[in-house]
Design a protein around this ligand. Structure first.
Ligand code: BF8
Ligand code: SF4
Length: 654
């Protein structure tokens, strides 16, 4: 079964390969096994030409049947499926952002005693940006006004424009969105409207549907931006922090608690309770309690608390197969139901905490912000109980971990730049691009997808871009690949960075040597997937400095192993906000050449951003570089023309 083995070993993470190798014939049911059983996957689904919007379906577009039973053609079906995928992503982020907003409301009203306003600088900065005056008001009053604006942006029904969005992106973009009628009024209004528009017998026009999908993606962006901004106020804005990542962070002498999901409202409390409950852990015979993260909640607590990363999305079940995880505490999103079956082969307890995420046979402790610490302690008691049942003979931890330097919010980056240019920090970055030292910036984001070899696209594309002097920022499971692979530290700079990138990072290291305890990493970890809003903030600040609209900024995004509906929504707002967006897994769109053409070409004419589908990692890097070079070249030509002819050769708008 050499081929089976080769296929099952769909990872380049050595810790994952070690676990896969020793469980080859042991009958474990993991994503790596189920992926094989799922082959071949349905081509109609892959192309996006399967419709089950009504129960006359499923209707599939074939040579024989070029329309669904209702007469919907491939372009309607593909576009409608696209809108619905984006709705999945948008609602997930909206729910997350709303949860943060409602917690903020409880804090303001004094009903969540275990939480408080932790970062007043951020509170003032967000207030200024959103247009809330701070004069003569206390922190809670300011926070209340922000919460009210956020709540209105979720629920407004009167058709007025979104307030949050219009304050955080440049006016030229807002005008563009108004022109195309895709500026959301409120998140929930957009969601309801888009869902209705995709009901059977509603919109059949693919162009109209694609525009709606972009409105949905912008609603997604608002949800993300609110989530990041309010989480920073409540839990602190990330600053550089040192930690470690990969399965080797499990410690057999400790009670190991994996926090998994997305919501810092839970994970922050678990981390705090774990620190407080050391005594209980010692009484159970352990040296203490170690928390570690999987998926984006792991990113949240890495960024703010320095909590190590255990693994990323694809290998969540394999973490349990080390036999050393006492409890896996999950909140929302990206939680494979498969973790429960695997956990039953060990002593590991799966604890669900959200009313909207329950798994049959798992423990469920309903989290409650008004009694947050009490609930967190209950969860940890479950882990302590499990630890007592741990079977030492089943413990086998791959001894692989790497040093991580993370915590690079936009504020943290600007702070580094300010050591060189205190008046205009962002100019340090734009100057490096204009001088040719850097070829641009690339955001590496998104998931794992077993259609690709786990972590291979992430790692190869980043190495190629770094070699070619692209400044790299990362979020989500992509960032966790870099954490696990030792690419979030300065050794990786020596190993992979081109001369320009090295010079740029060294200049920053030198200017900040009094405050940095560690040299800067090859890739700047910006946080979780909602923190892609940070990455776009960075692009916005660059556009403002360069006095251009965002599509002119040499800034690209890549989701090398995209999987989730959230990734589709993020990719789409990134396009409408002006980025070339590479995706390393072809989404279900090519079944309509028309919709595919809009995504890859026409989008550029309208918004400046566009999609690039490319599955091969080396080719992907080449295409991203070409997209960046086109922008730097145009900027150079415009600058030369401006100097030579003293004209305003570069128009600000797209
Ligand atoms: O929000 S990158 S697999 S964990 S969806 Fe999920 Fe994708 Fe990971 Fe975070 Ni984002
Ligand atoms: Fe088929 Fe039309 Fe119903 Fe879709 S909406 S399942 S294409 S009949």
């Amino acid at each position: 079964m050499a081929d089976k083995k080769k296929d099952r070993n769909r990872s380049v993470d050595p810790a994952v390969l070690e676990i896969l190798a020793r469980t080859e014939d042991s009958g474990f049911d993991t994503a790596y096994d189920r992926f094989l059983k799922m082959q071949p996957q349905c081509n109609f689904g892959e192309q996006g030409i399967c419709c089950h919007v009504c129960i006359q379906g499923p209707c599939r577009i074939t040579k024989k049947a070029d329309k669904g039973i209702c007469g919907a053609t491939a372009y309607t079906i593909v576009a409608r499926n696209l809108v619905r995928h984006e709705l999945g992503g948008c609602t997930a982020h909206a729910d997350h952002g709303l949860h943060a907003t409602l917690l903020a409301k409880e804090v303001v009203e004094g009903r969540a005693p275990d939480y408080q306003i932790k970062d007043t600088d951020k509170l003032y900065a967000v207030a200024k940006r959103i247009g809330v005056s701070t004069e003569g008001k206390d922190d809670k009053a300011i926070f209340k006004e922000l919460v009210d604006i956020a709540l209105e942006d979720f629920s407004r029904l009167d058709g007025e424009d979104s307030k949050w969005l219009s304050k955080v992106i440049i006016p030229e973009r807002i005008e563009k969105f108004k022109d195309c009628n895709i500026l959301p009024s409120s998140i929930h209004r957009t969601i309801a409207g888009a869902m209705a528009q995709t009901h059977m017998g509603m919109d059949a026009d693919p162009v109209n549907l694609v525009f709606k999908s972009l409105e949905v993606s912008l609603a997604d962006y608002i949800g993300e931006h609110i989530a990041t901004s309010l989480s920073d106020v409540l839990f602190g804005t990330p600053k550089p922090v040192v930690s470690e990542a990969n399965m080797g962070v499990l410690d057999p002498d400790y009670i190991n608690i994996a926090v998994h999901g997305h919501n810092p409202i839970l994970s922050e409390m678990i981390v705090q309770a774990a620190r407080d409950m050391k005594g209980e852990a010692e009484a159970a015979g352990a040296k203490g309690i170690k928390c570690m993260g999987i998926c984006c909640t792991g990113n949240e607590i890495l960024m703010r608390q320095g909590v190590p990363i255990l693994t990323n999305f694809a290998s969540q079940e394999l973490a349990i197969m080390t036999g050393a995880v006492d409890a896996m505490v999950v909140d929302i999103q990206c939680i494979m139901p498969g973790i429960q079956a695997v956990s039953e082969c060990f002593h590991t307890r799966i604890v669900t905490t959200s009313t909207s995420v329950k798994i049959p046979s798992a423990y469920h402790i309903e989290f409650d912000e008004e009694r947050a610490m009490e609930k967190a302690r209950e969860v940890i008691q479950i882990a302590i109980g499990a630890y007592k049942e741990r079977n030492k003979d089943k413990v086998s931890i791959p001894q692989i971990k790497n040093k991580v330097v993370a915590g690079f919010s936009v504020e943290a980056l600007l702070d580094l730049f300010a050591a060189i240019n205190p008046e205009r920090p962002i100019k340090v970055l734009t100057d490096a691009i204009e001088s040719g030292e850097l070829r641009g910036v690339c955001l590496l984001a998104g998931c794992n997808n077993l259609k690709r070899i786990h972590d291979q696209n992430h790692s190869t594309i980043a190495q190629e871009l770094a070699r070619n002097n692209v400044l790299l920022v990362a979020t989500g499971c992509a960032a966790q690949t870099y954490a696990k692979f030792g690419m979030l530290n300065s050794d990786a700079v020596e190993k992979y960075a081109g001369d320009g990138l090295k010079a740029f990072l060294n200049r920053l290291n030198e200017a900040n040597k009094d405050k940095l305890t560690e040299k800067l990493p090859l890739v700047f970890h910006m946080g979780s997937c909602v923190d892609n809003s940070r990455a776009y903030d960075l692009m916005t600040y660059m556009a403002e400095e360069m006095q251009v609209d965002t599509p002119k900024v040499p800034y690209a995004a890549s989701a090398p192993e995209a999987m989730s509906e959230k990734a589709i929504a993020i990719g789409s707002w990134a396009v409408s906000l002006g980025m070339p967006v590479h995706v390393g897994v072809v989404p279900p769109i090519p079944g309509s050449p028309l919709v595919d053409g809009i995504a890859r070409q026409i989008a550029q004419d309208v918004y400046g951003g566009y999609f690039i589908w490319e599955t091969d990692p080396e080719e992907s890097a080449k295409k991203i570089l070409a997209a960046l070079d086109e922008r730097t070249w145009k900027l150079k030509v415009h600058k030369m023309a401006k100097e030579q002819y003293e004209t305003e050769a570069i128009s600000k708008t797209w």
